[in-house]
Design a protein around this ligand. Structure first.
Ligand code: SF4
Length: 325
């Protein structure tokens, strides 16, 4: 007897003893189990800027973890050794949700980040860790492709403080071809996160010949402005050839600069370029007076001129979650 998984839009019908497309969810004795629950394969302490979050407690440290498997199969995945493996083939640690929260308390990390592979794949584990973290006033951040159905998404966002969504393409055909996902559910995730008041940042990896054309970038920016407004930070990120897309070149800096110009002209006020080691492209400038708000050198916060959520120079409010966590 098969089970229909309703977690993500793939809607896998899983026969007894079989697993879904993410390799994580298995039909065992007629029950759907997440086999990586309580078994992360990567646990590290990272700066929040690495996710990247630029408007969420700058300089804070996040206990960051992942389990093996993923509901997407991106041809350019950075973490393919763990995301595209069967969980039983990847070394993992036993850490139940309370162990994770206790580790965060011990390590003095005020944030837990569900990252590296997609936390929507190890959904129940993410949900239980997030609920337990909330009780200890630890913040939860999701680093995700946002490919999940609305009902489970809303349940998870209710215990989430910030979400970074990879908007990989603004083209459904490319989504299907390169990631095995589709565009519409990702857009719905972005809109829902904003509507629910969860702090949101968006990343777009610019891949030469796939999504570097100006029309696609402009259409994406216009959609963002129309649906979540101009205050949601947008990070363009440089692509480096890897995994199954080694045949493509890295993104020229000029292409990324052009994408930034298009985004700004569309009305997005906070636009960054990642993976290029440029202090200017990672600095937050005040859109009202042009002064430096947050200067980042790599993952180090060299300057922070936001006090009580306001620019210290002009006094205008800056969107984000600032201060000390
Ligand atoms: S979460 Fe996994 S099993 Fe469920 S529908 Fe998505 S890919 Fe299939």
């Amino acid at each position: 007897m098969f089970i229909q998984c309703e977690l993500c839009p793939k809607g896998c019908r899983i026969e007894e003893g079989e697993r879904g497309n993410c390799r994580i969810r298995v039909n065992l004795d007629g029950k759907l189990r997440t086999i990586t629950y309580g078994f992360p394969c990567s646990v590290h302490v990272d700066p929040i800027e690495k996710k990247p979050f630029f408007h969420f407690y700058p300089g804070a440290k996040a206990l960051s973890l992942a389990t093996a498997g993923c509901n997407l199969h991106c041809k350019n995945c950075q973490n393919w050794e763990i995301s595209q493996a069967n969980p039983e083939d990847v070394e993992a640690f036993e850490l139940n949700p309370l162990d994770v929260v206790n580790t965060a308390l011990k390590e003095n990390t005020p944030i837990i980040s569900y990252t590296y592979t997609d936390p929507m794949g190890y959904y129940e584990y993410t949900l239980d860790m997030s609920s337990a973290a909330r009780l200890q006033k630890i913040k939860n951040v999701l680093v995700t492709a946002g490919y999940i159905n609305q009902e489970p998404l809303k349940k998870l966002l209710a215990v989430t403080d910030a979400i970074k969504v990879d908007l990989k393409f603004f083209d459904d055909g490319l989504y299907r071809q390169i990631t095995t996902a589709t565009l519409k559910p990702v857009l719905e995730t972005i809109a829902t996160a904003k509507k629910m008041g969860v702090w949101l940042e968006v990343v777009n990896l610019v891949i030469p010949t796939l999504n570097d054309d100006e029309k696609q970038i402009k259409a994406m920016c216009d959609w963002l402005v129309a649906n979540v407004g101009g205050d949601v930070p947008l990070h363009f990120s440089r692509f480096y050839p890897q995994y199954l897309l080694r045949n493509l070149p890295s993104t020229p800096y000029e292409t990324l600069k052009r994408a930034k110009e298009i985004a700004k002209a569309s009305g997005i006020r906070y636009v960054y370029i990642g993976n290029v080691n440029s202090v200017d492209d990672e600095t937050t400038y005040c859109p009202f007076d042009g002064s430096v708000l947050v200067k980042r050198i790599g993952y180090v916060i060299a300057e922070n001129n936001i006090v009580n959520n306001k620019c210290t120079k002009c006094g205008n409010e800056i969107p984000g979650v600032w201060g000390n966590v």
